[in-house]
Structures are given as C-alpha cells and as structure tokens.
Ligand binder design. Structure first.
Ligand code: A2P
Length: 318
C-alpha cells in the first residue's frame, strides 16, 4: 500500500477506512472486514459515537492474530466540548479506553469551534465558548501535551483554514502535522492544499464520495452527485472500474490520504483496490475541470443565529 510520510519517517497508509456514520451495530464487522481485506488505517472520532465498537473489533483482530498494533495506523479526533487545556488529555484518554489502545497514531482537533463541557451539539448561545474564552492556541497546547506524553504519535487539525493553521503554527512549539478536510473533484481546495504542501503539513480527504448517507436534515435540495457525475463515470468506464474507485484514486494521485466510509464488505474491498487505478495526467486534468463546485459538509450546523462563529471562521475563500 502506498503511504504518506511524516517528518520523522512514520508512514500513514494512503487509503483508510472512514467510520463517520457507521452505526454501532455495523462498524464492528466493517472494521474486521477492512483489516481482513488489507486496510491498515482506520479513521475514528469521539463524536461518531462508535469508538467502543471499533475498539471491540480491534481487540478481536489483535487476539485473532489478524494484525499487530504497530502495523495499524489509528486516527481519532478531539470533540468541540473538550477544547480547554485541562480537558484535552482526559478526552484522548477516554478515546484510548474506548478503542482499547495504549496510543493513537494521530489525534486531530475536529473543528475550530468550541462548546462548553458535556455539550454534544451546541444550540443556544450559552452552550458555546468563543475564541476569547478558549483560544485555539490553548487547545493546541493540550494537543502538544498529549504528544509529549506519548498518548499519540502525531497531532493535527481538521476543518481549519489557512489563517487558523497559521495561527497554530505561530503559537505552538509543534506545527500541525496533518490537516483533514473535505476534498474531492467538486472541492479540490488547491490554495489550501498548496499552503499545506509548502508548510510540510500532510492532508487527508474526507467525504471523498460525497457522503450520500448523511442525515436528510444536513442535505440541501438538489445536491450534485459525485458518484453519478458524467466525467467521473466516463473515467470509470475508461479504466474498467467504478465511479467510487475513480474518486478514491483522485486523492491518491494528489498524494492525499483518503478515508472512504463503507459498512459493506464488497465496497470496503473495492475502495481499497482503488490503489490499482492508474489515472493519467489527462484524466486528472478532466477531474480538475469537472465544472461543478460544491461543499457537502458546509459547517452551517455550527454557525446558526445563536452561534458566535461564522462560516468565514471555518472555510477558505477559493
Ligand atoms: P455503504 O457504507 O453502504 O457502502 P463518504 O466516504 O464520502 O462519506 O461516502 C460514504 C457513502 O458512500 C456511504 O453511503 C457508503 O455506503 C457509500 N459507498 C462507500 N463505498 C462505495 C462504493 N464503492 N460505491 C458506492 N457507494 C459507496
């Protein structure tokens, strides 16, 4: 499996299994199928509310001798309600307990948005903290502490734009090692990707297939479909593969890690086999000129009338 490499030489397999939206009753089997199929990278998060089941699957995989801990790359993410300095390490320890692990390979700040302790999704003004209450630099200090304690090998962020990345680079002792954001042909984020490449920050693409299994309440009317896009389908037929495989391969060809979510055994295998798809320069050019621009995860669930945050706190202007 192709990997991307951290500055200390550690490697992250470029295709991982996504677990957002994988239900507790499904994710156990999905993780075991993925490991059996050859996945060595699993992307998790506390807010996905399934880390205990992922942990049970990892435990089973280790006990059955399917894989050793050191051969897996496990990511998790700090939820918005644990951004205060004193809350970061305990939140990571809870995730480690749920995942039944001694350390993570990568821990990310999930969103640059802060909630009061115990709040899952802030609705009222009182449930939010502002940047004045809890500066991102404070959360990052907690992330650095987690790394220094050996609880995670690498630290990074998710859903950060250039100015927020720069803020962390300026304030911290350790620079973010990874940025995980939505990336696919409808949202290539070239400016952000180039910034990260210049600064030596690795990238992971989430929602590479458009996350069609999101709750209806978080979908807009008439969303475009990546899997049904004509250019994607044309390239799939040219290479004799599926549309999903073209989309996974698109990130691989940009040297960006990619975490397609599936709980279906065939699709789990199919997504990993995308590594074999050889998109050429003309194919990548076609995808670069796909003619549709769209962000599926628009962050508006954090920026309602009661929130101190605005969409400009989240996203890069393209
Ligand atoms: P399922 O879990 O039933 O396979 P994303 O990774 O962008 O969040 O997209 C996840 C969605 O895409 C899920 O609905 C998932 O369904 C579906 N999916 C995953 N792999 C494939 C595939 N190879 N072909 C079609 N749909 C897929």
């Amino acid at each position: 499996m192709k990997s991307i490499t951290f500055s200390n030489g550690d490697q992250m397999p470029i295709i991982g299994l996504g677990t957002w939206k994988s239900k507790p009753g499904e994710v156990y089997q999905a993780v075991l199928w993925a490991i059996e199929a050859g996945y060595r990278h699993i992307d998790c998060a506390a807010i996905y509310d399934n880390e205990k089941e992922v942990g049970n699957a990892l435990d089973k995989a280790f006990k059955d001798g399917l894989v050793k801990r050191e051969d897996l790359f496990i990511t998790s993410k700090l939820w918005n309600s644990n951004h205060r300095l004193d809350d970061v390490v305990p939140a990571l320890k809870k995730t480690l307990k749920d995942l039944q692990l001694d350390y993570l390979d990568l821990y990310l700040i999930h969103w640059p948005v802060s909630f009061k302790k115990g709040v899952s999704f802030a609705q009222t003004r009182e449930e939010f903290y502002t940047y004045g209450d809890v500066p991102l630099a404070q959360t990052w200090e907690g992330m650095e502490e987690a790394k220094n304690l050996g609880l995670t090998k690498h630290i990074g962020v998710s859903n950060f734009n250039i100015s927020k990345l720069q803020e962390i680079i300026n304030s911290g002792t350790i620079a973010p090692e990874m940025l995980q954001v939505e990336l696919h042909p409808f949202l290539p984020q070239n400016k952000l990707v180039n910034f990260c490449k210049e600064k030596g920050i690795l990238l992971t693409a989430y929602s590479p297939l458009g996350s069609g299994d999101r709750a209806a309440s978080s979908k807009k009317a008439n969303e475009p479909s990546l899997l049904e896009n004509e250019t994607v389908k044309e390239l799939a037929s040219k290479h004799g593969v599926t549309a999903a495989q073209v989309l996974v391969s698109y990130s691989v060809h940009r040297d960006i890690a990619v975490i397609p979510k599936s709980v279906n055994q065939d699709r789990i295998s199919q997504n990993l086999a995308s590594i074999e798809v050889n998109l050429d320069e003309a194919d990548m050019e076609k995808l670069a000129n796909i003619g549709t621009a769209y962000r599926f995860i628009d962050g508006s669930f954090f920026t309602g009338a009661q929130s101190p945050y605005k969409l400009t706190d989240l996203w890069e202007k393209e």
